[in-house]
Design a protein around this ligand. Structure first.
Ligand code: NDP
Length: 304
């Protein structure tokens, strides 16, 4: 299979590429930077979709970029880096004379309203309630294919929780303070912390890329999968387990207002609030998680 991956140079993309190449698939990355095995977004727009059997979009400015202050220009980049790239790919797929058999977007669980009690499956209704949920709405809408194309191209949206792995994402920023014994709960610590090991997210994407059975018509709307581990975890449980595995104390809670000052209140909610997200459809699809629980995931990431 030939797979085209927008933003494939990043944390999730590198893991996905390893997995796809191990399975014998060919990968082309779409990037802002030209290079071997890559095309640029400009080339996609001017030359159209290169031949491919599956396409994925993983492009997006990092929401927790510690080097960027929370201001209008950063918010604009968060939106445009996701929506414009997703639109560029969905439009190239629609315009192609031989569109791929599958088209996968990875979005986020920020569409679901944070709550200590509500549980969300892929079937849960939601409407935007803040900036990040509005971003999810526009991002997922940008991926929609017209009905004529959706007849042959399977559309999938994977809503990922915090992606945990050795090589990037949230762990990269958390490990140093935890190693130094400065780790602690964020806000109340009672908020759910939906997470997934990067290897499982790559596994769910790879599975979603598999072409639909030829005799079956593909649904006109995207199939949604929650990309989270099946074990619901709170920020307190995550903090204590990471400290236990690292053999470090976790006695320095960070109050919610400090997080809001440091990150801006609109993005601090990613860490100080959370949602209980259930991967109901993901499990029903038969996907077997390699790291279904936090202990096995963290041991793989930081060593036992
Ligand atoms: P990365 O932060 O690693 O970024 C992926 C790629 O996006 C980069 O390699 C870069 O590719 C491209 N990119 C970055 N900034 C911009 C920009 N301003 N404009 C256009 N392209 C840009 O992301 P991850 O691999 O961690 O995540 C993949 C996707 O999954 C993202 O869309 C992310 O929002 C989503 N997601 C990630 C989560 C996580 O915890 N990591 C959680 C939930 C969702 P290049 O430099 O080659 O152009």
């Amino acid at each position: 299979m030939r797979v085209l991956i927008g933003g494939g140079s990043g944390f999730v993309g590198r893991e996905l590429i390893r997995l796809l190449r191990d399975k014998g698939h060919e990968v082309t990355v779409i990037s802002r930077q030209p290079g071997s095995g890559r095309i640029t977004w400009g080339e996609l727009e001017s030359r159209g979709l290169p031949p491919c059997d599956g396409a994925v979009n993983l492009a997006g400015e990092n929401v927790l970029n510690p080097l960027r202050w929370w201001n209008e220009s950063y918010k604009k980049d968060l939106f445009s880096s996701r929506i414009d790239t997703t639109k560029a790919l969905s439009q190239a797929i629609s315009a192609s004379s031989s569109p791929p058999r599958s088209w996968v977007l990875v979005s986020g669980v920020a569409c679901y309203k944070p709550s200590l009690t509500a549980e969300y499956t892929e079937d849960s209704d939601w409407t935007p309630f803040d900036l990040l949920s509005q971003l999810c709405k526009e991002w997922e809408a940008a991926a929609f294919l017209p009905e004529s194309v959706a007849k042959t191209t399977k559309q999938v949206v994977i809503r990922a929780g915090a992606v945990l792995g050795q090589d990037g994402g949230a762990m990269k920023q958390m490990l140093l303070p935890f190693w130094l014994g400065l780790g602690g709960t964020l806000g109340s610590g009672r908020q759910p912390f939906p997470w997934i090991h990067v290897s499982d997210l790559a596994g769910i994407i790879a599975r979603s890329l598999e072409p639909p059975v030829l005799s079956e018509a593909t649904p006109p709307t995207p199939q949604v999968y929650n990309g989270v581990a099946p074990t619901i975890t709170t920020n307190y449980e995550f903090t204590k387990e990471l400290g236990r595995i690292l053999r470090r104390p976790t006695i320095f809670p960070v109050p919610e207002f400090i997080m809001s000052v440091l990150l801006g209140s609109e993005r601090a909610v990613i860490l100080t609030q959370g949602q209980k997200v259930i991967p109901m459809k993901t499990l029903e699809s038969g996907y077997q998680f390699k790291y279904p629980d936090l202990t096995s995931a963290l041991k793989q990431i930081v060593g036992s």
